[in-house]
Design a binder for this molecule. Structure first.
Ligand SMILES: NC(=O)c1ccc[n+]([C@@H]2O[C@H](COP(=O)([O-])OP(=O)(O)OC[C@H]3O[C@@H](n4cnc5c(N)ncnc54)[C@H](OP(=O)(O)O)[C@@H]3O)[C@@H](O)[C@H]2O)c1
Length: 342
């Protein structure tokens, strides 16, 4: 007899109603996954100005075709301007919202309110957007506790590698510090400078490779790394907010310093760290010695080093995005939501 897999077990569950917010890089990749449609009953997709209902087979086919192109949701002939969350909220009860909207670190909105509204209505969330967890972690946890709705945020940190799961598994241990490389774009910039390019040339290459956030300050001023450090710290029970993290811009070091370090057997890395013996959470360029596992974190990889009681350490490294992997990781959250015994 064939052994039953987790996916088979999930397929035996009821399919919860679902709604997708965002039809950009990650939202489109989610739409292209069969599991998204097979494991939930998708009611619709929203962008910021309206949305589509997915109640007909031919619509689903058109959406999946559009997801292979650069089309916007509003290009679809059945796009309804003004369609919004309130048009789905009743039907979505007991279901799940997949959130793939851009971050909004300065005001937090509408991202935080959206999530709290879902949770208040008993709707679970699975998100790639870091905003609510980086700015209002405890509010989100409280809301999910009182409504018993699931929150999946594995995709928010190092999307391809379960850093948040490792942090969950370390709760209650005595962690002395976290030291990590959490932003792939700054990795890329540093490696180009090591190869002899200037910061400007490296930025241009990153832009061409579509590695930069639309607002590059999010990468090079450490906001993205700080958001991820905040999420990991909160997962471990250390309640900080994104703006508590002291950030030093990547460009506070010059090209010469980066190349000299390499000649001396060291490397500059853009490090997000937090020492729990009274230190502050920080993001800054730091010299890493050869032999430290973070020395070798390159390209699209992220790495995180937890120092524990007795000077021991646990290290995890793996791929971060891109969008297709992020979407796949959101499905792993869905599997956890549907199958994990509670
Ligand atoms: N790309 C990656 O590899 C990756 C990896 C991990 C995490 N993430 C995170 O995942 C999220 C999505 O990233 P992305 O690259 O897919 O972004 P993106 O390509 O910019 O797409 C964002 C989508 O959200 C829509 N949108 C904006 N505001 C909205 C709102 N209030 N309600 C509903 N839809 C809204 C946008 O459509 P309109 O502008 O037309 O409304 C657009 O379709 C971001 O938070 C990002 O930080 C991305």
């Amino acid at each position: 007899m064939r052994k039953q897999s987790v996916i088979d077990m999930v397929n035996e569950h009821h399919r919860p109603p679902s709604l997708l917010l965002g039809f950009g890089n990650v939202g489109k990749e989610l739409v292209l996954l069969d599991d998204f449609w097979n494991m939930t009953e998708v009611l619709g997709i929203l962008s910021s100005s309206g949305g589509v209902k997915t109640n007909r087979k031919e619509r689903v086919e058109a959406i999946r075709e559009a997801a292979k192109t650069s089309a916007k949701l509003s290009d679809l002939p059945f796009f309804q301007k003004g369609l919004s969350l309130s048009d789905f909220i009743d039907e979505l009860s007991g279901g799940v919202a997949f959130i793939t909207i851009p971050p909004s670190y300065y005001s937090g909105e509408p991202n935080i309110s959206l999530v709290l509204n879902f949770l208040k209505n008993g709707i679970s969330i699975i998100t790639a957007d870091k905003t609510p967890f980086a700015l209002a972690y405890s509010k989100v946890i409280e809301a999910s506790r009182s409504s018993k709705a699931f929150i999946g945020y594995r995709a928010t940190v190092a999307a391809g590698t379960p850093f948040t799961d490792l942090a969950k598994g370390l709760r209650g241990r005595s962690i002395t510090s976290i030291k990590s490389v959490l932003n792939a774009t700054t990795n890329f910039l540093l490696s180009k400078v090591e190869e002899g390019k200037s910061w400007e040339e490296s930025l241009e290459l990153a832009r061409k490779e579509k590695l930069l956030e639309p607002d590059p300050r999010i990468d090079v001023e450490g906001i993205d790394s700080a958001a991820k450090l905040t999420i990991i710290s909160n997962t471990l029970g250390k309640g900080i907010s994104l703006w508590d993290v002291r950030r030093t811009p990547l460009f506070s070091i010059n090209e010469e310093m980066v190349r000299r370090a390499l000649k001396e057997g060291k490397r500059y890395k853009y490090i997000a760290s937090y020492s729990f013996d009274g230190g502050n959470p920080t993001v800054s360029p730091q010299l890493i010695q050869r032999g430290n596992p973070l020395y070798d974190v390159r390209g699209n990889y992220n790495g995180i080093l937890f120092e524990l009681e007795g000077s021991e350490h646990i290290y995890l490294e793996g791929p971060a995005g891109p969008a297709w992997r992020t979407a796949r990781v959101m499905i792993t959250d869905l599997i956890e939501m549907l199958y994990s015994p509670r």
